[in-house]
Design a protein around this ligand. Structure first.
Ligand SMILES: Cc1cc2nc3c(=O)[nH]c(=O)nc-3n(C[C@H](O)[C@H](O)[C@H](O)COP(=O)(O)OP(=O)(O)OC[C@H]3O[C@@H](n4cnc5c(N)ncnc54)[C@H](O)[C@@H]3O)c2cc1C
Ligand SMILES: Cc1cc2nc3c(=O)[nH]c(=O)nc-3n(C[C@H](O)[C@H](O)[C@H](O)COP(=O)(O)O)c2cc1C
Ligand code: SF4
Length: 641
């Protein structure tokens, strides 16, 4: 969206999914605009930038183009319509997180909002959508009315369940009379708010008895009590990989038991068509929704229909580049494992440009960068061979998957294994390419590559150098100091106490600390110079889980601190915010993590006089980058050779 107007990028995203066999998709969200409001944080400017707003008829042509494009592929599309308490004021008076008290909205304001829902739905119909999905979760106003946690009203909109649902029914009536009978009208329901006095699956089942038959469908979700991040509830709206696939089953099944006419949909890490099938067969839902599974692989439905389940590119569930970018930061959405997301027009299915000249390509290193380069190059018609130093493909992902609760990160390695097996890529395992001119010449004689892609990754550093103190930690070269790469080799051999000092901003230090507790360490201390662990995370992705897991594993977290020195007894740490305050921590092992370092340019230099085209990708240029950075680099280079 740009200024609330649908763009070609948005169209391409939805068309890609329609082409991939998706039966019904949904665009989020048309925001209604009453004449009054709290105007928190320039909401109108912010929201109008990202979402269509109901009082702007100029949003219609762009949306019309979108619905027409999607319909061409036999797919349907609904529009989510929403109203937010942080825009208009709360259902019941409550201080916002700033402490500012906002008065509860009045009955005449409620009437106006209901009317606006009707007007918004007319735009939805005009734009050619097939249905209206009323946003009734994630802290939307409808949820704030029906939830006992947020509705403290004593008038006809509060008190009993019937009263709390009155607003919803008034909105449904307004929408139905605006769109007629040919459009589906339904809602998103939060069936487990996970807060005291909030909606539970049992409460949602009672609600379903009342709305059954009044709405066509109900899209059941979990986990949300409102806007405030402090409650951590935003984390539960789209659960990360720490939560099992299909986590919404209890909630949807509970609603399904009560709803006889209204169609019940389930969501929640339904990543696998077989799990989706089980939901329907076992009666947990009438249909399933997949958000992340279809971000990662828009062709999931078609691949399922043609029985190619092993070809489905798996969502790894870290929320790093979808929710973690778009919702947390308002950056364009991307996907860790699918470099085509947000660029479907250029990179989408069928848009691969075959190579004009077939070349022999030598890829060195089978981390995500090298694997993606090999996949794309081969798909474009090149002859590809991969040399990998270790006994398996995956690079650092083989360590990433060892962090407790993060095995799903390894799912993408398995996918590459299948994809490369199906293509003509030859993988040579246990074949390190050394920086030795003679071996390089021999290799070139043997493979005769026209192009070499170097994706040899990086090494974790353990000297403690970073841009906080600008120096190494004294004593870093002691016997008892390990890098994050080295520590995993001690699996099953860890005893005694350990200290993890991590100045980086992602989950690695926290994950290693938890791993140590699960692999024999009697006590673990985690030191970070930041105000909290893994500051790059937010409640929109994994933070709530990472901190909860550290507490459950009894890891002592020391913030605003760093390591002064290390010796054979352990480490001395100091408080950055309290000059002079030091603490000696006696431990058997210190794991120092301040980032990674690339493996040098020697290989590139050696190949440069012998091969016409040489590329470096991934961590071997930008050490300490991400999975997406690596995959993206592999894609980019391989799509241009
Ligand atoms: C514990 C841990 C957890 C992580 N978690 C995440 C996460 O959740 N999200 C995220 O985005 N990122 C994460 N990362 C970072 C991510 O794994 C890396 O950014 C990514 O793997 C880099 O990919 P790459 O292909 O460039 O390099 P690598 O993954 O390092 O792969 C390089 C490959 O080249 C091989 N190789 C090296 N030298 C040679 C040679 N001379 N000849 C032949 N082969 C060679 C290596 O054996 C290796 O297989 C994590 C990293 C670690 C260590
Ligand atoms: C990037 C992203 C954006 C989302 N935006 C919305 C939204 O605007 N409205 C909404 O109702 N749900 C939104 N959701 C939540 C999903 O609809 C869904 O309920 C949740 O992700 C769980 O389903 P999944 O496991 O299939 O992803 C979003 C999810 C993701 C990952
Ligand atoms: S960014 Fe991560 S969580 Fe989101 S869809 Fe892609 S793989 Fe899944």
């Amino acid at each position: 969206m740009r200024d609330g107007i649908a763009t070609d990028v948005l169209n391409d995203y939805f068309v890609e999914r329609a082409k991939g066999g998706v039966g019904l998709s949904e665009l989020s969200q048309l925001i209604i605009k009453p004449s009054f409001g709290v105007h928190q944080a320039d909401w109108e400017y912010d929201s109008a930038r990202r979402f269509p707003i109901q009082n702007k008829a100029e949003v219609v042509p762009g949306l019309q183009k979108l619905t027409e494009a999607v319909h061409k592929f036999g797919s349907k599309i609904f529009m989510e319509v929403s109203s937010w308490i942080w825009i208009y004021g709360p259902v019941s008076s409550m201080p916002f997180e700033t402490g500012l008290e906002l008065r509860e909205i009045t009955v005449s304001q409620i009437r106006e909002i209901v009317e606006r829902f009707g007007e918004a739905s007319k735009l939805v119909k005009q734009a050619g959508f097939d249905g209206v999905d009323l946003h009734g979760t994630h802290g939307a106003m409808i949820e704030n009315f029906y939830s006992p946690a947020t509705n403290r009203r004593t008038d006809r909109y509060g008190g009993s369940l019937e009263n709390r649902m009155r607003f919803l029914f008034e909105v449904v009536d307004a929408v139905r009379s605006a769109v007629g009978d040919n459009l589906a009208v339904g809602m998103r329901l939060c069936a487990d708010e996970k807060v005291e006095n909030g909606v539970t699956p049992e409460y949602a089942a009672k609600m379903a008895e009342l709305f059954d038959g009044k709405i066509d469908f109900v899209n059941v979700g979990t986990g949300s009590a409102g806007y405030f991040e402090a409650t951590n509830q935003t984390a539960h709206q789209s659960e990360p990989l720490y939560v099992l696939p299909g986590y919404g089953a209890v909630a949807s099944a509970s609603v399904k038991r009560s709803a006889k006419k209204t169609r019940v949909g389930a969501v929640g890490r339904i990543l696998d068509p077989l799990l989706a099938d089980e939901f329907i067969r076992k009666g947990f839902a009438d249909y399933v929704g997949m958000t992340r599974a279809l971000i990662a692989d828009p062709e999931l439905p078609n691949k399922t229909i043609s029985g190619k389940l092993e070809d489905i590119r798996p969502c790894i569930g870290t929320l790093q580049d979808c929710w973690g970018r778009s919702v947390a930061h308002e950056w364009p959405m991307r996907c860790t494992v699918n470099p085509a997301v947000g660029r479907e027009g250029e990179r989408g299915v069928g848009n691969f440009k075959s190579a004009t000249t077939k070349k022999k390509i030598l890829v060195i290193g089978a981390g995500p960068a090298g694997l993606e380069a090999a996949r794309v190059a081969s798909q474009r018609g090149h002859d590809v061979v991969v040399y990998e130093a270790s006994s398996k493909i995956g690079g650092q992902l083989n360590l990433a998957r060892l962090l407790p609760g993060r095995a799903d990160v390894g799912g993408i390695v398995k996918w590459y294994e299948t994809q490369l097996k199906e293509s003509n890529v030859r993988i040579e395992l246990n074949k390190r390419v050394p920086a030795d001119p003679e071996v390089i010449r021999f290799l070139i004689d043997e493979e005769k590559p026209d192009a070499v892609i170097i994706g040899t990754g990086s090494n974790a550093r353990k000297d403690g150098l970073q841009m906080i103190t600008y120096r190494e930690v004294s004593g870093w070269d002691s016997q008892n100091v390990y890098s994050v790469d080295e520590i995993f080799s001690l699996k099953g051999k860890i005893q005694g106490e350990a200290l993890v000092a991590d100045s980086t901003t992602y989950v690695i230090g926290a994950g290693v600390a938890e791993w140590l507790t699960k692999n024999g360490a009697s006590k673990v201390t985690l030191v970070t110079p930041h105000p909290h662990v893994a500051p790059e995370l937010s409640n929109y992705n994994q933070l709530a889980y990472v901190t909860e897991r550290l507490l459950a594993a009894s890891v002592r977290i020391v913030t605003f601190s760093w390591v002064r020195r290390i010796d054979e007894r352990g480490a001395v740490i100091y408080r950055i915010t309290e000059p002079g305050r030091e603490e000696e921590i006696n431990v058997d092992r210190v794991i120092l993590h301040t980032g990674r370092t690339h493996k040098g340019t020697k290989l590139k230099d050696l190949f440069s006089s012998l091969v016409g085209e040489i590329y470096e990708i991934g961590d071997c240029i930008y050490a300490g980058n991400t999975i997406r950075g690596a995959i993206e680099a592999g894609y980019e280079v391989a799509s241009t050779i």
